[in-house]
Design a protein. Structure first.
Length: 240
C-alpha cells in the first residue's frame, strides 16, 4: 500500500483489518483532527449510484442530477455511500457491477474535483505528530518500528543518503488538485526534522511546479541551516 501507493491494497487492508480497528488508531495516536477513514476508491462510483435513479434519462442529464445531489451531500453521507459501494464491490464476484458502472463513460473533471473535495481530511500538525513518533524510534514497539522502517524508508537504499543520514522516510500523495508530502529525517549529527505539507485546489500549473520542487526543497531544508531559519521566520510571521 505505502511502497507502491496502491489504492487497491488500501481497501484490501481495510477489509482485512476492519475499518473500526483502523479508525480506533486515530484516537490511540492522538490524532484529534483526523477524519474517519473510509473506502475512498469505492467513492468514485457514488455518482453512478446516484445516476441509477434516472434510468430513462440521457447520461449527460443524469450526470447533472448526480452532481447536484453530490454537491449537497454531507461528509458523513458521502462516507456511508462509499462504504455501501465497497460492500457491493466486495461481493461482485463475477465483475458485473464493476462492468455495469462503466466509469469511463461518465466520469469527468467535475466529478473528479468533487470527489477530491470529499477526501479524508486532517491537519499537518496531526501528521507531524505521527512523523515524530516514527522518527524518534521510541514510541512504537520494536517489531512495529521494524516494519515501518521497511515501508517508509526506501530512500535509505540510496548510498548517497546513507552517507549523511542516520535514517529518513517519506510518503507523498496527489490527485489532479491535491498534493501532500510527509517526511522525517535524522542526520548523522543527530538533528531530527519532521515536515508535512498539504496543498488543495491546485491548478495544473501549480501542481506541476510544486511536484518538481519538493525534493530539492526538502534537501535544502535538511542541509542548509540558514535556509531553515529563513523558512522558520516566514512561518512565524505568517502565524502572527
Amino acid at each position: 500500500m505505502i511502497v507502491f501507493s496502491s489504492n487497491a491494497n488500501t481497501e484490501y487492508l481495510m477489509e482485512r483489518l476492519g475499518l473500526d480497528n483502523i479508525n480506533r488508531n486515530l484516537s490511540e495516536l492522538g490524532l484529534s483532527l483526523h477524519e474517519p477513514l473510509y473506502p475512498f476508491v469505492s467513492s468514485l462510483l457514488i455518482p453512478y449510484e446516484l445516476m441509477r435513479k434516472y434510468p430513462d434519462m440521457p447520461i449527460k442529464e443524469a450526470a447533472k442530477k448526480a452532481k447536484d445531489e453530490l454537491s449537497k451531500m454531507t461528509r458523513e453521507e458521502f462516507r456511508q455511500h462509499a462504504f455501501a459501494i465497497h460492500m457491493k464491490l466486495r461481493n461482485d464476484q463475477d465483475g458485473r457491477y464493476k462492468q455495469a458502472s462503466n466509469l469511463r463513460a461518465w466520469y469527468d473533471s467535475d466529478f473528479d474535483q468533487m470527489n477530491s473535495n470529499y477526501f479524508i481530511a486532517s491537519t499537518t500538525k496531526d501528521y507531524v505528530s505521527i512523523l515524530q513518533k516514527m522518527n524518534s524510534r521510541t514510541f512504537f514497539e520494536s517489531s512495529v518500528q521494524k516494519h515501518l522502517n521497511v515501508v517508509m524508508e526506501g530512500i535509505m537504499q540510496n548510498p548517497a543518503n546513507q552517507s549523511w543520514l542516520e535514517h529518513a522516510g517519506r510518503k507523498g500523495g496527489s490527485t489532479a488538485y491535491v498534493l501532500t508530502e510527509a517526511m522525517y529525517a535524522t542526520d548523522k549529527q543527530g538533528n531530527q526534522t519532521e515536515l508535512a505539507m498539504f496543498f488543495h485546489r491546485l491548478s495544473p500549473t501549480e501542481l506541476t511546479k510544486l511536484s518538481s520542487a519538493i525534493n530539492a526543497f526538502e534537501l535544502k531544508l535538511l542541509r542548509d541551516s540558514e535556509f531553515r531559519r529563513k523558512i522558520q521566520n516566514e512561518l512565524d510571521h505568517t502565524s502572527d
